[in-house]
Design a protein around this ligand. Sequence first.
Ligand SMILES: Nc1ncnc2c1ncn2[C@@H]1O[C@H](COP(=O)(O)OP(=O)(O)OP(=O)(O)O)[C@@H](O)[C@H]1O
Ligand SMILES: [Mg+2]
Length: 299
Amino acid sequence: MNPKSPNEQIQSSKLTERSPINDVEEKIDTILDSLSSAGVDTSSWNSEYFELPDDLDALTEFHKRLTEFVGKRGDALLSFEFFGDYSEQEKAEIRRLDRDVEASFRNPEGFLGNGATAEVYEMPSNDVFCVKFIINQDRYNENNHMRKEFGFLSKVYMHTRDQKITTPYPAFLCIHANRGHSYGMEKIHGASLSQIIESPQKYQRLIDEIAEVDRGQAEKDLIAFVRSMHEAGVLHQDLYQRNIMFSEEGRLYVIDFGKSDQIDFVGQREDERKRDELTATQSLRDFFDKIDVLTKKDK
Ligand SMILES: Nc1ncnc2c1ncn2[C@@H]1O[C@H](COP(=O)(O)OP(=O)(O)OP(=O)(O)O)[C@@H](O)[C@H]1O
Ligand SMILES: [Mg+2]
């Protein structure tokens, strides 16, 4: 690979509107954020950071010292937060899964899917959970935070778990200072509606299953899900085909609360609620239309 000339580097960073200073600041922000999530008092680091000049050398030096500090603390800076009632023994077992969490990341065999901000992987040790890792922290931070996303998922799951359509079961939030954040959830054995459309050969069994689905009922169930989610105080704001999954048991699941937002009181944010309903139903209708085209082609 040819190293880029300084000029090319400036050009390419202009294209993405990022500077080396932005990059270092982003890394520092992620570490400081993780440290405070792990319960470390970061006030002296924060005030020093605040006083630093807008200068690459000073920021790089600060980042180096902060990284050394994190390195010395090692796994003490890992915080696991659990959803639901696990016994202490189960919690210890899940904490031990952390090594699998790390091992699963970027393992192509366990890759389940990706989006604009995240990648999702199976865990090598079990078939129950999968883990979502943020890969574009900068873009992600514009919208949300991992703890917030996990909180929305948990709230909506609690409110919809007995309905026909629900979300994956939220399992654990893993805040790690130098590896970044991730969370574990039930692995849905199936595929997103967009994955099914994009690779019909790969999902032939699911497509056969979909042919049996009562479409009017599925739409009603999806609207019921969206309304319950709103009752739980959560707007989804991203109910496209890539965020709706179809499982091998013939169930629909809604995933990805990365662009979600809060509804504070009854009657608030009517327009956005309507938009959630319309986007979800349109996504489902378009999906069934494309399935019809695909299955007709086969005949
Ligand atoms: N619980 C799950 N079980 C199985 N596969 C999953 C699960 N959650 C996510 N996936 C797969 O990973 C993909 C990416 O996940 P997700 O939508 O949460 O990421 P994202 O980067 O936030 O996406 P977006 O681009 O929509 O913002 C999904 O489209 C789906 O294919
Ligand atoms: Mg998504």
